[in-house]
Design a protein around this ligand. Structure first.
Ligand code: UVW
Length: 319
């Protein structure tokens, strides 16, 4: 496809559904408004066995951290450890206290993360119509902070697309639709309900470990692919939060039109759906395959980073 044939997002999404204004002119959490006390209490009723799954990938994994091209993995630096007291420079405390200190230099989107609603945009406007200039020097509105202040709790359903397709991992550029999600749910014997948090497993990042640097050649992750019907389905289902185990939650480049990250815009910018990326769904998926229970209590709270366009998070799934 030639570059000129690629449509602009403003053109592609002209008639796409929008939730701008639905929760008032000052809203910064979008479809997370669908998760109120009723949804929290209903989700709490799903805790039956007490099994807890943490969904964050390790930051500083000795096997490497998968990141979006152009980003670099977090660097952790040891500042103080026992060797600091070999010389005279280390701080001295009455009683002989020694301690370890360290710091990280990290992209806020460089590991398991929530995106702020203002993380992506087109046409000069972010979620709820906010001016894109409000991102200059840090997000004045629709940053990660309001999501972090509120937290995310609700009923979640795992859709194991890799198992559904009989594969160890989905392949580069492999796509699926909302109809595939429904078929996957039916095969798992779980009902998808309005306001469910959707967790989608592809196991694609296994290839990051299997392929090494080759993983980034012709980088195109598998995932959901844009169609007007899919966007309408997400709007009608009032999906508050889309959680996946890929770096960017959707097929990287849409095979139908050549546009990058269409759903970040159709779902996050326009509908206000929170995106959670790079999760580790492996232990949870194994457990779901074993006990046949694909619905559970989900809770997550990204870090309260002022003006941040995203934040690391360690979501919990509890059965
Ligand atoms: C981009 O939006 C570029 O990346 P992500 O949503 O994966 O952080």
């Amino acid at each position: 496809m030639s570059e000129s044939a690629v449509p602009d997002l403003s053109e592609l999404l002209t008639d796409s559904p929008s939730n701008w204004g639905k929760w008032g002119p000052d809203d910064e959490v979008g479809s997370l408004n669908y998760l109120g006390p009723e949804q929290v209490l209903a989700a709490a009723g799903l805790i039956r066995s007490g099994k807890v799954f943490t969904l964050q990938r390790l930051i500083g994994d000795p096997k490497g951290d998968p990141v979006w091209p152009g980003r670099t993995p977090a660097e952790r630096t040891q500042i103080l450890d026992e060797s600091s007291w070999d010389g005279d420079e280390a701080p001295q405390f009455p009683g002989g206290l020694h301690y370890a200190d360290d710091k990280i230099n990290a992209f806020l989107q460089g590991s398991t993360q929530y995106d702020a609603l203002g993380h992506v945009w087109y046409g000069g406007h972010l979620w709820n119509g906010y001016d894109a200039r409000s991102t200059v020097g840090g997000l004045d509105v629709a940053s990660i902070e309001p999501i972090a202040q509120r937290g995310v709790v609700g009923r979640a359903v795992l859709l194991d697309m890799a198992r559904f397709r009989g594969k160890k991992t989905l392949e580069s550029a492999e796509t699926f639709t909302h109809e595939d999600l429904l078929a996957c749910a039916a095969s798992q014997g779980v009902e998808l309900r309005k306001r469910d948090i959707l967790l989608i497993r592809t196991n694609f990042l296994q290839l990051f470990h299997d392929l090494g640097e080759k993983f980034y050649e012709g980088f195109c992750e598998p995932g959901l692919v844009y169609s007007p019907e899919l966007v309408q389905w997400f709007a009608d289902m009032e999906v508050p939060n889309l959680v996946t185990d890929t770096i960017a939650n959707e097929v990287t480049t849409d095979p139908h039109n050549g546009v990058a990250l269409v759903l970040h815009n159709a779902l996050m910018r326009n509908l206000g759906i929170a995106f959670t990326e790079i999760t580790d769904l492996e232990a949870l998926a194994d457990d779901c395959a074993e006990d046949g229970v694909y619905e559970f209590f989900y809770a997550a709270a990204p870090l309260k980073v002022a003006k941040g366009s995203g934040s690391p998070v360690n979501p919990l799934a509890i059965k």
